[in-house]
Design a binder for this molecule. Sequence first.
Ligand SMILES: [Zn+2]
Ligand SMILES: [Zn+2]
Ligand SMILES: [Zn+2]
Length: 278
Amino acid sequence: MKITYLGTGAAEGVPAMFCNCAFCKKMRAAGAAEFRTRSQVLIDDDLSVDFPPEAYAHSLRLGVDLSALKYVLVTHSHMDHFYAHDFILRGYKYATLNADKLTIIGNDEVKKVFAECTRREMKTEVSENIEVKTVGAFQSFAMGDYRVLSLPAQHGTTEEALLYYVEKQGKGYLHLCDTGALSDGAIDFLVENRAHANIITFDCTFLDAQPKAGTRHMCIADNLAIKERLDRAGVSDKNTKCVITHFSHNAQPSREKLSEIEKRYPVIAAYDGLSLEI
Ligand SMILES: [Zn+2]
Ligand SMILES: [Zn+2]
Ligand SMILES: [Zn+2]
C-alpha cells in the first residue's frame, strides 16, 4: 500500500489563510516547501481519506489522477476535510470518465453537507455516478480490496467524527486525525477485529505544546501515549511508522523545527507530498 500525504495543515493552512503573524509571514516568504494545505491522504491511487478544498490543487501539484478515485472516506464534515462542491464536476461536460462509480462514505452530517453543497449545481447524470453512504462508529465493511473499520473520534459534540483503519493485502493503515485521545472501546474494537497497523497517522495540531485535557486535537505527548497503548494491545509494534500531521500555524511547524522534532521523538513529520510504502 502506498500512503501519500497530500495536505498536512490544520483548517487554516500554513501560512494561515488570513494570518499576518510573524511565523506565517516567514512561511509565506519561504515559498512552497513550507506551505501546508488542508488534510488529505491518498491510499494507492483510488482511495482518498477526506477531500479538502485543495484536492484539485493537490492533483495538479502532485500528479494525482482524480478520475481514478473510487472511494472517499470522510472523517467528518468540517470544511477542511470535506469540500463537497467539487463533486458536481465529476461528469457531464466537465469530465470524461472511465465511469467507475465514486463511493463517498461518512457520517450523517457528511451526507447532509454533500446535499447542501451540491444542491444548486448538481446534474442528474453526475449524481447517478456518485453514491454517498453513511456509516457510524464500530463498523467493519469492505470496499473493493480494502477492509475498513470505523472508530469514534473525540472531536466535539456536533457530529460523530470518525477515524478509520484501512487494510489491504495484509498491510494496515490507521488514520487518527481530528481527534483527542482514543477511547478504550476503540482500541478493543481494533483488537477484536485483528487490526495491525504498519502506519499510524496522528493528529498533531499542537505539535510539542503541553497537552490540554479534553481537547479535540493532539500534541506529540498525546500521540506517543496512544502509540504505547496500541503497542500494548498488539495493534502496533516497534516497526510501526508514526506519522504526525494536521499542524496549526500556532505550533509554528517549519520544516526546520519538524526535523528537530524527528530527532527527539520516534515520529515522521509529514509534509505536503510525502509518500510512504508499506
Ligand atoms: Zn481538521
Ligand atoms: Zn499565523
Ligand atoms: Zn475537524
